[in-house]
Design a protein around this ligand. Structure first.
Ligand code: NDP
Ligand code: PHD
Length: 363
């Protein structure tokens, strides 16, 4: 029998769910033993349910083809078959919060892509290289939920991952004001060009709720666990303002950002800070960790989506065009893979961290 942890993927048929089952194929620590989605898909084999809507560029993994989809609402039944679940469901926020909490209360840890619990004060929102210590708050969440092993952890929004890693590497220089415009791929909306032909040759200057998330979520990531409040308290700086724009790209969110710093870093200091930035995933050698979290590209026309989005299997972030600015101190361009680092890959890395820290174990 395999000694891997038994994993359920909830929302397995969607864009992010498909990325999960693909990334978890032959994972050294985790094995997908169960897939679940809406009642509408329940009872079909995974292969049949994704027929005609498989969006990955590799085939459906053999190991999941014949798994029969469960109805995600059957929480106790599913919880009895797995050690933890990844959540990639698309439901309204209140229902998502309820469902994810039901799994946690059924003593089944949930690592979620969904934004529903990102602002629950005792739920850690983790980019493993940046704030691995936020998982300390899980003890308070378990106290509130009355669980021994169940809890919820989330990964943040995909677009922030094109500029937040650089700003994290530069925290020592005290950035205090940031302007970022993001150019976001259509897969962020769960779509391909086949599903969304209106996006061919088009730009849409609105993504519902995205600017609020892009401005707020980094502040929770840079916050701290407060033992009196039993919660994560966000920081209030730097102030971030954003515009989020949908562009005709399949995978890869790009950001053009401007930053003011209290300290006056040189260009070389900023580049060194990017290239030397690494964290727990690299120290622990987690299976999905990129060796180089952030690469700095010196060519004037990089990073480019078609050439750079898959840097470190889509788990690394590419930064370029760092230069002084007339109004702000420095400006730069960042690129990250929105469904790898920005969604399923980020959640898998988070689960690896949680296992290494002892929060996710075999039942
Ligand atoms: N796409 C991306 O890049 C990113 C997405 N996210 C978030 O991840 C989540 C999934 O996104 P995405 O994969 O794009 O969405 P999709 O619309 O492609 O997939 C949604 C999934 O949710 C399932 N689902 C729908 N209704 C229910 C229900 N009532 N009960 C159980 N399961 C249900 C669907 O199952 P069925 O097939 O049966 O309908 C499907 O598996 C969303 O919360 C999204 O905001 C986060 C970061 C990035
Ligand atoms: N809204 C993002 C994807 C997404 O689902 O974000 P979130 O995880 O914050 O809901 C996009 O369309 O590119």
């Amino acid at each position: 029998m395999s000694d891997k942890l038994r994993v359920g993927v909830i929302g397995a048929t969607g864009m992010v769910g498909q990325r999960f089952v693909t990334l978890l194929d032959n994972h050294p620590w985790f094995e997908v033993v169960l897939v679940a989605a809406s009642a509408h898909s329940a009872g079909k084999t995974y292969e049949a349910a994704v027929d005609g809507r498989w969006k990955m560029d590799v085939p459906v993994p053999e190991a999941v083809k014949q798994l029969v989809l469960q109805d995600a609402a059957n929480v106790d039944d599913i919880a009895s078959q797995v050690d933890f679940v990844f959540s990639a469901i698309s439901l309204d926020k209140a229902d998502t919060r309820k469902l994810e909490e039901a799994y946690a209360k059924a003593e089944t840890p949930v690592v979620s892509n969904n934004s529903a619990h990102r602002w629950t004060a005792d739920v850690p929102m983790v980019i493993p290289e940046i704030n691995p210590e936020h998982t300390d708050v899980i003890k308070y969440q378990r106290e509130r939920l009355g669980t021994k092993r169940g809890f919820i952890a989330v990964k943040p929004n995909c677009s922030i991952q094109s500029y937040t890693p650089a700003l994290s590497a530069w925290r020592q220089f005290e950035p205090y004001e940031v302007v970022a415009t993001t150019y976001q791929a259509i897969s962020g909306a769960g779509k391909t060009f086949k599903d969304w032909p209106e996006m061919v040759g088009n730009v849409i200057p609105f993504i519902s709720g995205e600017e609020e998330k892009s401005e707020r979520e980094p502040l929770k990531i840079w916050g701290h666990v407060d033992d009196e409040q039993k919660a994560i308290v966000p920081t209030d700086n730097p102030v971030i303002t954003t515009q989020c724009i949908r562009v005709p790209v399949l995978y890869g969110h790009t950001a053009a950002a401007f930053v003011k710093f209290h300290k006056n870093p040189t260009k070389q200091e900023l580049i060194d800070a990017l290239e030397n930035y690494s964290g727990e995933p690299q120290r622990l050698g987690l299976p999905s960790a990129p060796k180089q979290f952030i690469q700095y590209m010196t060519e004037d026309d990089r990073p480019q989506v078609t050439q750079d989005v898959n840097f470190e299997n889509g788990m690394g972030v590419s930064i370029g065009r760092l230069r002084e600015d007339k109004v702000y101190d420095w400006k730069f361009v960042g690129l990250s893979h929105n469904t790898a680092r920005g969604a399923a890959g980020g959640a898998v890395l988070c689960a690896e961290l949680l296992k290494a820290q002892g929060y996710i174990t075999a039942k």
